[in-house]
Design a protein around this ligand. Structure first.
Ligand SMILES: *Cc1c(COP(=O)(O)O)cnc(C)c1O
Length: 403
């Protein structure tokens, strides 16, 4: 490592709040599916900024659209209309079949908004303020107080209790456990269509259909968090689209901006009519023309280049290669995931493999201590999968002592 990079890392550790154990590289630029650090060392990226850079780095058309928007205007406040927000919302509603969009600046904020919409919907029905939300164990919805309160991982919540309250946790894919959480105060059921941080657990079709039916029967709101699994990652634009159901509310972020901080929550007209009204919710930056120009461009490129079709094709190849590893190494228990959101479940911690991979120019991440997670840019080709597999094999061999 160069002296310059070493120095930056030391400085970072003296001025940035230490809320992350960071890997010892300073990233400078990206090109396609590759990243470069300050020393110009090249890395194949199978994390894409945690499911963000769907279109890869340095996409010319995306960059040009943002540059043009910077020269026009980047912020207006929500008291006025701006064209990129209108264009982005038109595209998002068309591709999702949802009716109304509220733009946010992150995934956690999208979840906050969905929780507020659900509470207001229930409040308008009976005037009560003690409504409950059912969320899932092992879920992850973000780090702000509301999003944290519905995150089913006590480790993240413990020091920050009390949360917003009135939250009950059920077991993913166990409909009886959901039923046992339902009371006459329940107003919404919230889940990730595919759990990301919690370990790449897809919600099963039958489970989703039963939740949909339960919500219809009792007028509860079904909220699907698609912050990580949305935007094409699983081989449909939104993961729920493969199951023939539709949520009442959906949260987005990560991939929809491809590098610009932006999120959104979407709802059907039925919910919009009877929930958040003027004055109920707001944000200074949310829906700004710069972020929305990014969303509009991303959706345009997704459609033109059939990114979702490409994910369906290439993910079969990735699955095949990962499955081969599962048969090869007895300490790799199984592969789990959908599309380009995959995990290899080890019977031991994966940290040594990630460290060895980084040394060899491959960026990987975990999901919990013993799951190796793969969230590559959606534009990867077979040759990138092959390159990744080569480095991964070497990294497993090198990390074996520590494994
Ligand atoms: C990352 C994530 C969030 C939080 O998004 P931030 O932009 O980090 O606030 C929420 N839900 C899911 C499913 C996520 O993966």
């Amino acid at each position: 490592m160069s002296e310059t990079m070493r120095q930056y890392i030391d400085e970072a550790e003296s001025v940035l709040l230490h809320t992350y154990n960071r890997y010892p590289i300073v990233l400078k630029r990206g090109e396609g599916v590759y990243l470069y650090d300050l020393d110009d060392k090249k890395y194949l990226d199978f994390v894409s900024g945690i499911g963000v850079f769907a279109l890869g780095y340095h996409n010319r058309e995306y960059n040009d659209a943002l540059k043009a928007q910077i020269d026009a205007i980047t912020h207006t406040s929500n008291y006025y209309y701006n064209v990129p927000a209108i264009e982005a919302a038109k595209k998002l509603t068309r591709v999702s079949g949802m009716d109304r969009v509220f733009f946010t600046n992150s995934g956690a904020e999208s979840v906050e908004g969905a929780i507020k919409a659900a509470r207001k919907y229930a409040f308008l029905k009976d005037g009560n303020t003690d409504h409950e939300i059912i969320a899932m164990h092992h879920s992850f919805h973000g780090r702000t107080m509301g999003a944290l309160s519905v995150t089913g991982n006590p480790k993240y919540r413990e020091a920050f209790e009390p949360g917003i309250g009135q939250i009950r946790f059920a077991q993913l894919n166990d409909f009886d456990s959901v039923l046992s959480c339902v009371t006459d105060k329940t107003c919404a059921i919230l889940l990730e269509t595919v759990q990301g941080e919690g370990g790449l657990y897809p919600a099963e079709e039958d489970f989703l259909r039963k939740i949909r039916a339960l919500c219809d029967e009792r007028d509860l709101l079904m909220i699907l968090d698609e912050v990580q699994c949305g935007m094409g990652r699983t081989g449909t634009l939104f993961a729920w689209q493969r199951y023939g159901i539709k949520p009442d509310l959906m949260t987005l972020a990560k991939g929809i901006g491809c590098g610009v901080p932006v999120g959104a929550f979407l709802m059907t007209e039925r919910v919009a009519e009877k929930s958040l009204a003027a004055g109920d919710h707001g944000t200074t930056y949310g829906g700004n023309p710069l972020a929305c120009a990014a969303v509009a461009k991303v959706l345009e490129l997704f459609e033109r280049d059939n990114i979702v079709g490409h994910v369906r094709e290439i993910s079969g190849y990735l699955e095949e290669k990962l499955d081969a590893l599962v048969s090869e190494f007895d300490f790799i228990r199984l592969r789990r995931g959908v599309g380009l959101m995959q995990g290899l479940v080890f019977d031991r911690p994966v940290a040594p493999v990630i460290e060895e991979a980084l040394k060899r120019g491959l960026i990987l991440i975990n999901a919990g201590p013993d799951i190796l997670r793969f969230l590559p840019p959606l534009i990867i080709q077979k040759e990138h999968v092959d390159e990744m597999m080569g480095i991964l094999r070497e990294s497993i061999a090198a990390g074996k002592g520590a494994l």
